[in-house]
Design a protein around this ligand. Structure first.
Ligand SMILES: Cc1cc2nc3c(=O)[nH]c(=O)nc-3n(C[C@H](O)[C@H](O)[C@H](O)COP(=O)(O)O)c2cc1C
Length: 316
């Protein structure tokens, strides 16, 4: 099973829909993290659009929440159940300073006692199955022993392991052996996430951990939109396919946010440039565009002048 990682500003509902139309749907999609609404309220604004079933038709979407307020989390699960969702995911991985400062995301991992009380409470009262996406510690992976112990005492629907600690942010090599340890110990399904950037990475993971049943991919799929298809034995992407995907994505963002579509697309190019033989040349072409016309001319030049890499692979 393959899923698309939640990535704020990158893998929201517009991206999910256009990607599925152009390259086929993945098995699951996770929304970028959302704050639960106040108790008794429903999701509004941006969060509602992200969750609106009309924007997610035909896709299996799992909403991700980030919170340390059990009543708000539980209230949100009822709202999500009423919208037709079957599972909710809790973010215990976000490394951002503001998030961590509030004791949320990976910041919650610093207090395993409080985290266990929270998880036991929300799991017992949630209207939906609760899965968790976690790092393996805050400062050091030595913390994971206690963290994994506490997870194993909770009735989780699934545990998605991104085996980095908060101090790593997105650098260094994921500690895959801690994913292996989780597979051995956990009484619930386990998923892997981190640095699966091409089919060889996927094959190596499965060879090392044959019990692997669910892999979540993020940056690898942004750099190579055909990665999930290739992992299932399908063909690599052509330049015409990438251009079509780009044009559809740009059009969909324009319809959604007008002129801000250019900035959204430039965030996508940070990853998508890796599909080309000369990522730096692509970066130079698109980086200065501010207005729609400049952007469209730059993108046109990329697709007319730059050849694809022999293997599209995210390079940090
Ligand atoms: C720009 C950016 C935004 C992200 N937003 C989220 C998020 O909202 N929720 C979350 O759980 N992880 C988030 N992540 C982490 C990814 O979901 C994923 O765990 C990470 O990129 C490692 O997987 P990968 O190597 O396949 O990309 C984000 C990562 C990046 C780089």
């Amino acid at each position: 099973m393959l899923s698309l990682a939640p990535m704020e500003g990158l893998t929201g509902y517009v991206f999910r829909r256009v990607h599925a139309e152009c390259f086929g749907a993945l098995d699951r999609y996770y929304t970028p993290f959302l704050p639960p609404p106040r108790v008794g309220k429903t999701f509004g604004g941006k969060a509602f659009k992200e969750l609106d079933p009309a924007n997610n038709q035909g896709l299996t979407v799992i909403p991700q929440l980030m919170s340390k307020n059990a009543d708000e989390f539980v209230g949100a699960t009822q709202v999500l159940a009423d919208m037709g969702y079957h599972e909710v995911n809790l973010n215990l991985g976000c490394p951002s300073g503001t998030v961590v400062g509030k004791g949320k995301g990976s910041g919650f991992l610093r207090d395993p006692g409080e985290l266990e009380l929270f998880l036991q409470d929300i799991c017992s009262r949630s209207a939906l199955g609760v899965s968790v996406k976690t790092r393996v510690g805050f400062e050091s992976d030595a913390e994971y022993q206690d963290i994994l112990d506490l997870y194993c005492r909770c009735p989780l629907a699934e545990l998605i392991v991104h085996p980095r600690v908060r101090a790593d942010f997105y650098k260094g090599t994921p500690r895959q052996e801690l994913y292996g340890k989780t597979l051995e110990r956990a009484p619930f399904p386990v998923a892997y996430n981190g640095d699966i950037f091409d089919v060889d990475d996927m094959d190596a993971l499965v060879a090392a951990y044959p019990q692997t049943r669910h892999v979540m991919i993020g940056r690898g799929l942004l750099a190579n939109p055909a990665l999930a298809r290739m992992a299932q034995g399908g063909p690599a992407m052509t330049l015409a396919e990438l251009k079509h995907f780009h044009d559809e994505l740009y059009r969909a963002y324009e319809a959604e946010m007008g002129g801000n579509a250019v900035f959204r697309m430039k965030e996508w190019w940070f990853y998508a440039k890796c599909a080309f033989a000369d990522p730096l040349a692509v970066h130079r072409l698109v980086r200065k565009a501010r207005k729609a016309a400049e952007y469209e001319a730059a993108a046109e030049r990329v697709f007319n002048e730059e050849p694809l890499a022999s293997v599209a692979r995210f390079r940090g």
